[in-house]
Design a binder for this molecule. Structure first.
Ligand code: 4FV
Length: 262
């Protein structure tokens, strides 16, 4: 997959390309990564890329001409790549969208600065608008890094063993189970025994239940309109039975199960 980032701060990506899974994916040609300096397409001796907004108001707007020049240059390098503008106006990025975007040849990621870019660039040049969340950044660069990072680890060969991307949080719309490593005891707390049992069937069951519990406690929104497997449904029904037993036990000893009052 090819990534070309259009930015007035290309140097911000130097470190990003040179570390971890991104570095390895580039070295294994699983991805190609490049930046294009928008300022290189600005006219005049000061190569101005921004100007005051028509209609007045605070802040500056990115001029259309340098952006158009940079986008055309990127299109020459990657004619099949989709042109993405990182903006709070866009579809909010999530694991589902990450999977969808890995299906393409590549992405040309346009990073805005200042108050944003001239709207005519969105009209005439941009295929998708993507937001990394409902908050405002000083520029689109960090958003571009997040998109590149989340997509790269989904591309076969990028991660060590394939398996881990499949078992990601959100890959099955559940939060990932807890992870433990040596030492077996830390700060007086032991690793759950089942994980030391070597019984992979029981370990898988424990991990699934751990994912369901975490998702139930932390992100119930993810549990709504989700299709549940037979095994997951069994686990959820067992919880209901266990909770029923507790409630029954409470009422049998005359305690109001909800208030706990006698
Ligand atoms: C943003 C976001 C974001 C808006 C004005 C850059 C800033 C400035 N991009 N998801 N949230 N962009 O806040 O993607 O130009």
């Amino acid at each position: 997959m090819d990534f070309i980032v259009l930015t007035i701060f290309p140097e911000m990506f130097n470190q990003f390309w040179e570390h971890g899974i991104i570095r390895r994916a580039i070295s294994k040609n699983i991805i190609s990564a490049a930046t294009i300096d928008i300022r290189a397409f600005a006219q005049g001796k000061h190569r101005v890329t921004d100007d005051r907004p028509f209609g007045g108001g605070s802040g500056m707007v990115m001029k259309p001409e340098p952006l158009a020049g940079a986008i055309r240059a990127a299109e020459e390098q990657a004619p099949l790549s989709k042109k993405i503008l990182l903006t709070p106006q866009g579809r909010v990025f999530d694991q589902k969208l990450a999977y969808e975007l890995t299906g393409g040849e590549g992405l040309i990621l346009v990073c805005g600065r200042y108050e944003g870019i001239d709207e005519r660039i969105s009209y005439d040049y941009i295929d998708y608008e993507i937001s990394i969340g409902d908050y405002v950044l000083t520029g689109g660069e960090l958003a571009a890094m997040i998109v590149i990072d989340a997509l790269t680890r989904l591309i076969p060969g990028a991660l060590g063993n394939e398996e881990s991307a499949e078992k990601d949080s959100f890959s099955n719309n559940l939060l990932e189970h807890a992870h433990y490593t040596r030492p077996r005891t830390f700060n007086g707390s032991d690793v759950p025994g089942v994980l030391l049992s070597g019984n992979h069937k029981e370990i898988e069951k424990w991990r699934l239940e751990a994912s369901l519990i975490r998702t139930f406690l932390k992100r119930q929104d993810l549990m709504k309109n989700r299709a549940y497997s037979q095994q997951e449904t069994e686990i959820l029904k067992k919880w209901c039975r266990d909770i029923e037993k507790i409630i029954q036990a409470q009422s049998s000893c005359g305690t109001d199960p909800l208030s706990g009052n006698q």
